[in-house]
Design a protein around this ligand. Structure first.
Ligand code: MIC
Length: 302
C-alpha cells in the first residue's frame, strides 16, 4: 500500500511564512499543556521559552542551568504535538564551542524544531532582561552562528537560525548591530536584538538589518515597551514572541487556586473542567482515533 506524500517539514513551513508579509506571532509555551492550549486557540507558530522550560522542568531561574539534553527533550515533545505548527525554540548560547553548537542544531533539527535562537552571552548566561549580563566577543559569536549554519547545510536542514545579541545592555546599539550583521554574514536567517528599549531603536535596527527579518522578544515588564503584533509590524519586525504568555497567567491562576485550597479546603476548579475535558485538551480524540483505526476498541466507553 502506498503511503501519502510526506508533508513539508515545520522548518520549511516557517521559511514560507517568513516570505509572506504577515507578522509571525508565537506565544510562549512552557510545557505540553500550555502548548496544547495555544494549539486549541489556533496559533500557527509556537515559542518554547527557555525561561519557562527551566522554571517548569527544573524549578530553577533562567541562569543557564538547563543542559542541551533538558532543552532538546522538551523541544522534541513540544514540536511533535502538532508537527504542522512550527516551533521556535530557545537554544541559549548553543551550550558550548562550535562542536556543541553543531550538536545542538543537529539535535533540534532531528527533534522537529523549526527554528532556534543562539545568543552571544557567556556560558553562565542569564535572562536577557536581568541586569549584569556579559557577552563573548564578536568572533566567538560569529563562530557559534557559523557552526549552526554549517550544520544546517551539512544536514540539508531547513531549520531557521536566529542570531540573538545581548550586547545592547553592555556595549550599546552600534556594537549590537555590528554583532547582528556579523551573525548574518555567518549564516543567520533572522536577527534578534535582545532587550530593545525604545521605538526609535527598534525601527533603526529593523532598517539597518533589512531585508533580514527581525524578531521582537515581547517579554512583559522587562526592558522592552509593550507592543502588539500590529505595532511591532509597523516598527519593521517580522516575528514576535511572547515568552510569558502562558507562564504568567498560569502563576496567578495556580496560586489563587492553592490559596483557596489552603484557606477554604476547596480548589474552586470550574465545573466544566472535568477529567475528560483535561484529556480532550491534550489529545484524547486523536488517541481514540489511532486505537480505532488499528481495529481496537479500548476507548469505546470513555
Ligand atoms: C526569551 C527568553 O530567552 C526566554 O527564555 O523565553 C527570555 C525571556 C525572559 O526570561 O524574560 C529572555 O529574554 O532572556
Amino acid at each position: 500500500m502506498s503511503s501519502k506524500e510526506a508533508p513539508p517539514s515545520a522548518a520549511a513551513k516557517l521559511r514560507q511564512m517568513l516570505k509572506k508579509k504577515d507578522m509571525i506571532v508565537a506565544p510562549g509555551v512552557y510545557d505540553g499543556f500550555s502548548a496544547r492550549i495555544a494549539l486549541e486557540v489556533g496559533f500557527d507558530c509556537l515559542y518554547m521559552t527557555g525561561a519557562g522550560t527551566v522554571a517548569s522542568k527544573l524549578g530553577q531561574p533562567d541562569l543557564g542551568l538547563a543542559t542541551l539534553n533538558d532543552m532538546r527533550e522538551h523541544a522534541e515533545m513540544l514540536a511533535n504535538l502538532d508537527p504542522s505548527v512550527p516551533l521556535i525554540a530557545d537554544a541559549d548560547t548553543g551550550y558550548g564551542g562550535p562542536n556543541m553548537v553543531a550538536r545542538t542544531v543537529a539535535q533540534y533539527h532531528r527533534s522537529g524544531v523549526a527554528a532556534l535562537h543562539i545568543e552571544d552571552q557567556i556560558q553562565t548566561k542569564r535572562c536577557g532582561h536581568l541586569g549584569g549580563k556579559a557577552v563573548v566577543d564578536v568572533d566567538t559569536f560569529a563562530q557559534r552562528i557559523g557552526a549552526a549554519y554549517q550544520t544546517r547545510r551539512r544536514l540539508g536542514s531547513d531549520i531557521v537560525i536566529i542570531a540573538r545579541t545581548d550586547a545592547l545592555q553592555t556595549h550599546g546599539f552600534d556594537e549590537a548591530m555590528r554583532r547582528l550583521q556579523a551573525a548574518v554574514q555567518a549564516g543567520a536567517d533572522v536577527a534578534f536584538l535582545e532587550g530593545v528599549t525604545t521605538a526609535d531603536e527598534a525601527r533603526e535596527a529593523c532598517r539597518l538589518l533589512a531585508p533580514v527579518p527581525v524578531l521582537l522578544n515581547m517579554v512583559e515588564h522587562g526592558a522592552t515597551p509593550s507592543w502588539t503584533p500590529a505595532e511591532a509590524k509597523a516598527l519593521g519586525f517580522k516575528m514576535i514572541i511572547f515568552p510569558f504568555a502562558s507562564i504568567g497567567p498560569a502563576y496567578k491562576a495556580i496560586k489563587d487556586g492553592f490559596v483557596k485550597l489552603k484557606e477554604e479546603g476547596r480548589t474552586g476548579v470550574g465545573g466544566d473542567f472535568t477529567p475528560k475535558k483535561l484529556f480532550t485538551v491534550v489529545g484524547l480524540e486523536q488517541a481514540i482515533k489511532v486505537d480505532a483505526e488499528a481495529g481496537g476498541s479500548l476507548y469505546d466507553k470513555v
